[in-house]
Design a protein around this ligand. Structure first.
Ligand code: K7E
Ligand code: CUA
Length: 710
């Protein structure tokens, strides 16, 4: 093989670099990269003065656009979304991660993925669930003693103060396993997972009350509450739905299960939910379908669930007075099921906690307008959205305007007495969001479109259109599920941007085999009227997200490094057990061994750890780093251990040293120029040697003879 000659210019560059290095004496910390990067290196020093394109630049831009086959709309879209290096996004999107069990954080308008937050699925980059055999994450993920190491995340809920996002916490439900997670937005990490003791799966989770007093979790598929058993023949009698009110302790940043309770509901399939606010404060709305109580059985010649559950023209919108329910719970009116307090249906009727009203037809989303005056229900099989008035609901309850009661005796509010409007939008309406101009936006699954329509009442003065009318539709690609406008489910939406969360991407991207990514489309909703263009397609190839929420980025105040060296991220406090610099070492108490380790670029202390086979090991590591982004990893091969040690963080690992040998451990983040040298050895002395014998290595166990035997 012939070697390409080095060009004279390349040689010159190398000579210059070498000469430069020789002329500069690097300090040890420079050599290790421990100094903070210079300001100029950290932030773009890009020109931000107003521009005025010269004719030559216009010509150049036009040429470029034509070469890349971009039209004027494309250029405008690029200008609205392109985010120069070093510039931060205006909004953050917290998206459910569907079957990945995670949450994704995405910048808007750039649509750049900023990070994934591990929630229900162990994930090695974050060291989530890889801290040895008793990792508290893995323990928390167990259900009835089984490892359930994944989730189906659907609905993230940012914590709210007075109905507005406050940027402190994020909650998300696991539909597959009826769990709720609490994420602390100081470090974007999951702090708590609670398992619902009543039901197997859920769907109306997570939603919060306007001050985040409660995070509620509505069910979906009815079961026998508390993991009971009954055949389909006993469906009406034994199966039940539920909604659980998880009490949130903001001070501790945890759900307080001892102050949480649930309400028993009929075995309709409860679906999406929303908490009332302002005009509807104190109420909670939950959709349902399958009020037919179909039990399927296609294998016996019965109509399948999908047909049986769609027979009737209306289902029931559940209206719950959660403050009254809280009072009933505090008054001791709940009964325990599987150790969890539940308000029975009879109590709900007696105390006036629960009312129904008809809603057409197999509804999906219920969404409360920013002023709290209206609830918008989208019926999957109805081309309309139905708008209910909170004032009319309250009046109908007070006046006992009932059209009857359901099979369980729950009063049904007369539809015409609570209905405000019905707006025809198109096929397959699912979910609704709002902006600051008096418009609502509804996703149309079957039409593959986002519908903009005008609200009435107090909103009518904000826009030029007649109230309660369709204004325009923008096609999206394809089969949109949820949508999310900037702060579009709060008391003060921002408008500007909307995300269409499309289930199918079909031809939008290069096909990645038969499994294709989802397509998040950024839609410009800044201009009123009929202009509502799609600006950008962003593939999401890591799970099927359902809902996402978009928060103004400046509301978040995350740590850039942990506040103190030795910080325990699980407790969000300085941990007294964290090893300190100068006090590293191995402490032995019989076969219980504690390794006290610190780390800073580019070494671990100690570098050799001597253990004995069978030792019960507690390995504690403190990162002494205080520099932003100076993250180290720590892995031990063969022991399923990997940590992410962010600056200042302390973590503990537990395992049994049951396989003797000499194991390199190393840093798994490329942290510095001498990252590859950032390693050490774990020596686990065989038990036989400890007993003073020679290692029992028979010749036929050597790798060579094993290979020869094959
Ligand atoms: Cu419509 Cu789970 Cu909110 Cu999916 S759900 S789309
Ligand atoms: Cu620390 Cu690489």
């Amino acid at each position: 093989m012939k070697r390409a000659p080095v060009s004279p210019s390349f040689a010159a560059v190398i000579l210059t670099i070498v000469a430069g290095l020789a002329a500069t004496t690097l300090t040890p910390s420079q050599a290790l990269g421990q100094d903070q990067p210079k300001e100029g290196r950290r932030r773009s020093t890009k020109e931000t003065k107003p521009i005025d394109l010269t004719p030559a630049q216009v010509t150049e831009l036009t040429k470029l656009a034509n070469e890349r086959k971009l039209n004027v709309d494309d250029l405008m879209a690029a200008a609205k979304t392109y985010t120069p290096s070093g510039r931060h996004d205006e909004y953050l999107l917290f998206s459910s991660g569907g079957q990945s069990g995670q949450v994704f954080v995405i910048g808007v308008p750039s649509m750049r993925l900023l990070r994934s937050i591990s929630v229900f699925t162990p994930e090695s980059w974050q060291g989530y669930g890889f801290a040895g055999e008793q990792d508290p994450v893995r323990e928390e993920l167990k259900i009835n003693g089984k490892d359930v190491d994944w989730g189906d995340t659907h609905h993230p809920a940012l914590s709210e103060t007075k109905g507005d996002y406050d940027g402190q916490f994020l909650f998300i439900g696991d539909k597959a396993n009826a769990r709720m997670a609490v994420i602390d937005l100081r470090d974007f990490e999951t702090k708590q997972i609670v398992k619902n003791p009543l039901t197997v799966s859920d769907h109306g989770a997570a939603f919060v009350t306007p001050d985040t007093d409660y995070v509620f979790e509505g069910g979906q598929y009815a079961t026998v509450l508390g993991y009971g058993y009954a055949t389909p023949e006993d469906y009406k009698k034994s199966y039940r739905g539920m909604v659980t009110f998880w009490k949130f302790d903001r001070q501790r940043g945890r759900i307080d299960t001892s102050k949480s309770f649930a309400m028993e509901l009929p075995p309709y399939w409860q679906d999406l939910s929303d908490a009332g606010k302002l005009a509807s404060d104190g109420l909670l709305f939950i959709n349902s379908f399958n009020v037919e109580m179909a039990t399927g059985g296609i294998e016996k010649g019965n109509p399948p669930f999908e047909a049986g559950a769609s027979k009737r023209d209306t289902d029931y919108l559940h209206i719950i007075d959660w403050r009254k329910a809280e009072a009933a719970f505090k008054a001791g009116k709940a009964e325990e099921i599987n150790g969890f307090p539940v308000l029975r249906i009879a109590t709900s009727i007696e105390d006036g906690l629960l009312y129904f009203t008809p809603e057409p037809k197999s509804p999906h989303g219920v969404d409360v307008t920013p002023n709290g005056q209206y609830m918008v229900v989208a019926g999957k099989l109805d081309p309309h959205v139905t708008v209910y008035s909170a004032a009319k609901v309250r009046k109908a309850i007070a006046d006992k305007k009932f059209s009857g009661a359901d099979d369980y005796g729950i009063p049904i509010l007369d539809f015409d007495s609570v209905k405000e409007a019905q707006v025809e939008l198109g096929l397959g309406p699912l979910h609704t969001q709002f902006d600051d101009k008096g418009y609502a936006y509804t996703s149309l699954f079957l039409d593959s479109a986002v519908a903009r329509w005008s609200l009435g009442g107090d909103y009518a003065k904000l826009h030029a259109e007649a109230p309660w009318t369709l204004v325009t539709k923008t096609p999206v690609q394809y089969n949109i599920g949820h949508l999310s406008a900037a702060e579009g489910d709060t008391v003060s939406p921002d408008g500007k941007y909307l995300i269409a969360m499309n289930k199918w991407s079909v031809d939008r991207f290069f096909p990645t085999g038969p499994l294709l990514p989802q397509n998040f489309q950024l839609v410009d909703i800044g201009a009123p009227g009929t202009t509502m263009p799609v600006l950008y397609d962003s593939p999401v190839g890591v799970g099927e997200p359902h809902y996402c929420q978009m928060i103004k980025a400046d509301k978040l105040k995350p740590f850039t490094v942990y506040p103190e060296v030795g910080w325990n991220a699980r407790t969000q406090s300085l941990d007294p057990a964290a090893p300190q610099a100068g006090k590293e070492g191995v402490v032995r108490d019989g076969s219980k061994v504690t390794v006290n380790m610190t780390t800073i670029r580019s070494h671990f202390t100690p570098e050799h750890v001597m253990l004995e086979e069978g030792d019960d090991v507690t390995w504690r590591i403190t990162s002494l780093e205080t520099t932003q982004d100076a993250t180290h990893g720590f892995c031990i091969g063969g022991y399923n251990i990997n940590l992410s040690l962010e600056p200042g963080e302390y973590t503990e690992v537990n395992f049994t040293a049951d396989k003797a040998g000499t194991y390199p451990f190393y840093c798994t983040e490329f942290c510095s120029a001498l990252h590859l040298e950032m390693m050490g050895y774990l020596h686990i002395k065989p038990a036989s040697e400890s007993r003073g014998q020679a290692p029992a290595q028979s010749p036929d166990q050597s790798p060579d003879t094993q290979a020869a035997a094959k």
